[in-house]
Design a protein around this ligand. Structure first.
Ligand code: ZN
Length: 328
């Protein structure tokens, strides 16, 4: 055991799946595991299952003569600085749960719980596509649009941990209703869900499409992307719309923050190229020349591991090396 470097446990808690991995302090992951989150079966059962897998991961580290020294969790929703899940629209069963305190007591390890989009942003900024940027926004285009801001190498969570909600920048004042209570939010147009809505709207407008009515009733963003790549006009219009809205929101971001880069991750980021022409055009029209020239837009490179890596790194920096120079 002597000299064996410590390990972290990184957890990415999603609405559907919970991922875990052992993480080296430098960010490499191994022994990755995934289980269904199943929060609907109730908080007690959920906690038992998560704890069970945590214990198993710690046991595996022990078998390798490695000690897990902290756990970092990325969870959906607004998370307070002391790791309470204040409001989680995707996992309402966990609202009000003192998750960090609970894990710390059960696992007897320092525990950090943070917003999942912020964890992804830290992962990509420190070890992924954002290493080249000192200030960046990481956007996750999935069911919704998540965002995390790193400014001058430090995560910007805001006064209440609620910052970075780029998905709810308004791009259409009287637009589609959003789950947040507003209308015309970016995520209604540029998330995987929004892209499907764009396609349906284009078909309704009479834009030609090869989709049969049976296909239309169960369209996914992957179907729409595949059709766009085969030249389907409605599918191409859906991505053009998604890109245009993304460009509008990023023009506001560029003008407000003059950051170096934007990192696009999540399921729909595989289709970023389909959105690029309209995104770039819109950005140019609406943004100021200097911040737009500065802004580099790239795809994330850590895929599903970004959140686990970011949460683990954050636990390492904040719980074990608080006050470290230059860390996030
Ligand atoms: Zn919204």
């Amino acid at each position: 055991m002597m000299g064996a470097p410590p390990l972290l446990l990184g957890v990415d808690l999603g609405g559907t799946n919970c991922r875990m991995a052992l993480v080296e302090p430098e960010g490499q992951t191994f022994q990755e595991e995934r289980m269904p989150t199943e929060a609907s079966s109730g908080r007690t059962v959920f906690l038992q299952r998560v704890e069970g897998l945590c214990h198993e991961m710690i046991r595996r580290a022990g078998e390798m003569d490695r000690a897990v020294v902290a756990i970092g969790v990325g969870a959906p929703g607004v998370i307070s600085a002391d790791g309470v899940i204040e409001i989680s629209p995707n996992l309402p069963q966990l609202n009000g749960l003192s998750f960090a305190e609970h894990l710390q007591a059960v696992l007897n390890l320092p525990a950090l719980v943070m917003n999942d989009a912020n964890a992804i942003a830290v992962g990509e900024a420190q070890l992924g596509a954002g290493r080249q940027f000192s200030s960046s926004l990481t956007m996750t285009l999935g069911t919704g649009v998540g965002g995390g801001l790193v400014l001058n190498g430090r995560l910007w969570e805001g006064a209440d941990g609620a910052a970075g909600e780029v998905g709810h920048i308004m791009v259409e004042p009287e637009g589609r209703p959003c789950g947040c209570g507003s209308r015309g939010c970016l995520e209604q147009y540029s998330s995987a869900t929004g892209l499907v809505l764009n396609a349906l709207e284009a078909i309704d407008r009479g834009v030609p499409s090869r989709f049969s009515s049976a296909e239309i009733s169960q369209l996914t963003s992957q179907n729409v992307a595949a059709a766009a790549r085969q030249g389907d006009a409605a599918a191409l219009a859906a991505f053009a719309e998604g890109g245009r809205r993304l460009g509008q929101a990023l023009a506001a971001v560029a003008n407000l923050l003059n950051i170096d880069g934007v990192i696009i991750t999540g399921g729909a980021s595989a289709s970023l190229d389909l959105m690029r022409p309209s995104l770039d055009a819109e950005l140019k029209i609406r943004g100021f020349a200097i911040p737009v020239r500065r802004l580099t837009i790239v795809q994330g490179i850590l895929q599903d591991q970004a959140g686990m890596i970011g949460a683990a790194r954050m636990a390492w920096d904040r719980l074990l090396h608080s006050g470290n120079a230059g860390g996030i």
